[in-house]
Structures are given as C-alpha cells and as structure tokens.
Ligand binder design. Structure first.
Ligand code: B12
Length: 148
C-alpha cells in the first residue's frame, strides 16, 4: 500500500481566518480523482488548522512514502520551511509541491528543492556545512546550510 500525505501549509496561527476554516478544494479534487482510479493508495490529508509542530508530529507518525503540499505565493516561506523540516524527519520521502505558487513560479520552487537534494547527498558523505550558489534570472546568490 502506497501511503500518501497531501498537506496544506500549517497555519494554526491564522485560526478564524477563511484560510483555516475549510479544507483545500484542490487537494480534495486530487484525492477523489485518484481514489476512483487507483487501488492500494492510502491518502491522509493534513489541514491548515494544524500548527507546524502538530503537522510534523502527524508526518512522523504516518511515515508516508510521498508528501504532497499545496502552496500559494503568500505562504511560500512557511511552505518551504515545512518541507525542509519534513525532509529532516523522513529523509527518503518523495516530496511534491503543487498549487498556485508552483504553477506561476516553478523556478522559485526548483531553487528551493535543488539544495535540499544536494544537502541529502552531502549528508550521506558526512559533510557538516553546505554552501550552494544559485543563479536565477541573471542574478546569483549563495545559500548556506548547516547539515544536522
Ligand atoms: C477559493 C479560493 C480561496 C479559498 C480556498 C477555499 C478552499 N478551502 O479550498 C480561500 C478563501 C480560503 C482562499 C484563501 C487564500 N487565497 Co485563494 N483562491 C481561491 C480561488 C478563487 C479558487 C481556488 C480553487 O479552489 N480552485 C479549484 C481547485 C480545484 O483548484 P486549485 O486550488 O488550483 O488546485 C488544483 C491545482 O492547483 C493543483 N494542485 C493544488 N495543490 C496541489 C498539490 C500538488 C502536490 C499537486 C501536484 C497539484 C496541486 O491540482 C488541483 C486540482 O486540479 C483562487 C483563484 C482561482 N481561480 O484559482 C484563489 C487563489 C488561489 N488564492 C490566492 C490567495 C492569494 C489566497 C490567500 C493568500 C488570501 C489571503 N490573503 O489570505 C489565501 C491563502 C490560502 C492558502 N492555502 O495559502 C491566489 C494565489 C496567488 C498565488 N500566486 O499563489 C489565487 C490564485 C487568487 C489570485 N488570483 O490572486 N482562497
């Protein structure tokens, strides 16, 4: 059985606002579409009402094979932070990002993903610090990561 988590960005701090008051329609569409066509896939939906800590605790408990997240541009910083923490928790996890932000700015999402992958390889070689130079739309910058 393939275990798949589809997640909203955890936004417990926005309790009471529209964004935490209903489940993500895009994610529910995906689940109902796939469910009707594929057997042996178990879906778990993580709602926006969870705090980051609750969200991570669910991922740790479920230990999914695939973690999918839906991100808008406005929530991308929290989305990326969540993905990084999820990756640290379950290192072999396949992560997919979709929704409004990856649709309008896929390069930005790739820019976040590539160092994460490189970080995992570096970690395998027991290196403690990682510095990556990224070039995008003619501008370059250096990102530094401490491997924990
Ligand atoms: C309804 C709606 C809301 C509702 C959401 C209701 C709900 N619970 O689902 C509410 C009012 C809560 C809301 C809140 C917000 N929204 Co809104 N919202 C919309 C709206 C009008 C429709 C979205 C929708 O339901 N579409 C139907 C579903 C089926 O499609 P979908 O969500 O796009 O999902 C599909 C794909 O994106 C993809 N997909 C989605 N997630 C994933 C994940 C993976 C892994 C994969 C592979 C694919 C995938 O597959 C889905 C099925 O086909 C859109 C505009 C639009 N016309 O799309 C704006 C829009 C998405 N919202 C937007 C914004 C800015 C916000 C807020 C930041 C507003 C705010 N200041 O609080 C918040 C943030 C929400 C968040 N989760 O971060 C922007 C996003 C812009 C951007 N660049 O990211 C949009 C595009 C409007 C706009 N033009 O500005 N929103």
């Amino acid at each position: 059985m393939l275990k798949v988590v589809l997640a909203d960005v955890p936004m417990a701090h926005l309790k009471g606002e529209a964004v935490t008051e209903s489940p993500n329609l895009g994610i529910l569409y995906i689940i109902s579409y796939v469910r009707r066509r594929l057997k042996n896939v178990e879906f778990h939906y993580l709602e926006p009402l969870l705090s980051l800590e609750e969200h991570l605790a669910e991922v740790e408990k479920l230990k999914p094979d695939v973690y999918c997240t839906s991100i808008t541009t406005q929530k991308k910083a929290l989305g990326y932070e969540t993905i990084q923490k999820v990756k640290q928790l379950v290192p072999n996890l396949l992560v997919m990002a979709g929704g409004a932000h990856p649709t309008v700015d896929p390069a930005d999402v790739r820019e976040q993903a590539e160092p994460v992958f490189l970080g995992l390889f570096q970690e395998l070689r027991n290196e403690k610090n990682l510095s990556v130079e990224i070039s995008r739309r003619g501008q370059s910058k250096t990102l530094s990561y401490e491997i924990r």
